[in-house]
Ligand binder design. Structure first.
Ligand SMILES: Nc1nc2c(ncn2[C@@H]2O[C@H](COP(=O)(O)OP(=O)(O)O)[C@@H](O)[C@H]2O)c(=O)[nH]1
Ligand SMILES: [Mg+2]
Length: 239
């Protein structure tokens, strides 16, 4: 039996997410509706070594707050459905803007691979990207690829494989905020942790609460009550 792992693809629109998804999954792709929501998530699978990777092409967004249905779907998937690995696909020609989303993902979840795409275009423009330096600074693997030319795939797949098998341990860098905010986080984080346990990053939830994200609070309520029902179901099954 192969182990199946879920690999989510996040990124700004037009970074080549779907190109990467299609190149990796080939004809196995199909589109599914996500949990009664109107935003469709494409899913497809790929065999690698002894494993099966199920890729989930999340909606392309510039951030992961509660600004739109797309953002909520992508965020909820990463935070509540917890893929085994989240790939953040970045455009090599506009890294500064793209890294904004990457830093948000690094606050939300542990197992992340930063995938710098369109490296062929960057090269033409004379842009050099030091992936080792970025890996060191971000605390997670950074891989350069060209999805259109199918370049960098062996390294990307091997890195995903080494994360799911525990050979690579990710330590995503956490943004430091101004002292006033850090103090507030320190105040509320222990309480948040009591409620969310280790289902969700308590620092990330604290930040969202400070941000006044009401939609997220509802989502967390829904998620935690769902979990309680799951627990009850197990109890009934055991009796
Ligand atoms: N030159 C080049 N173009 C790419 C590459 N990857 C994707 N593209 C192009 O970038 C555009 C956006 O790609 P798409 O996969 O639709 O991006 P998405 O919005 O992130 O899903 C398309 O025209 C792709 O052909 C790449 O590695 N090199
Ligand atoms: Mg797309």
């Amino acid at each position: 039996m192969r182990n199946e792992y879920r690999i989510a693809l996040a990124g700004n629109p037009n970074t080549g997410k779907s190109t990467l998804f299609n190149a990796l999954t080939g004809l196995k792709q199909h589109t599914g509706n996500w949990a009664g929501k109107t935003v469709a998530l494409a899913k497809g699978s790929i065999a690698y070594k002894d494993d099966q990777f199920q890729l989930i092409d999340l909606p392309g967004t510039y951030s992961l707050f509660s600004n739109s249905k797309d953002e909520e779907v992508a965020r909820n998937y990463i935070v509540f459905d917890k893929p085994d690995v989240t790939l953040v696909v970045l455009d090599a020609t506009s890294l500064e803007r793209n890294l904004n989303l990457a830093l948000q993902v690094l606050e939300m979840t542990k197992n992340v691979v930063i995938c710098i795409n369109l490296i062929d275009v960057a090269k033409e423009q004379g842009i050099h990207i030091n992936e080792q330096l970025l890996t060191n600074r971000l605390g997670v693997p950074v891989i350069k690829i060209s999805a259109r030319n199918k370049k960098g795939f062996p390294m990307l797949l091997d890195t995903i494989h080494r994360i799911v098998t525990g050979e690579i341990d990710c330590h995503p860098v956490q943004m430091k905020y101004p002292q006033e905010i850090e103090e507030k986080i320190e105040q509320i984080e222990p309480k948040v942790r009591e409620i969310v346990g280790d289902h969700v990053s308590s620092r990330w939830v604290s930040l969202r609460l400070l941000d006044g994200d009401k939609a997220l609070i509802d989502e967390i309520k829904k998620y935690l009550s769902l979990k309680r029902e799951d627990v009850n179901e197990y109890r009934t099954a055991l009796q």
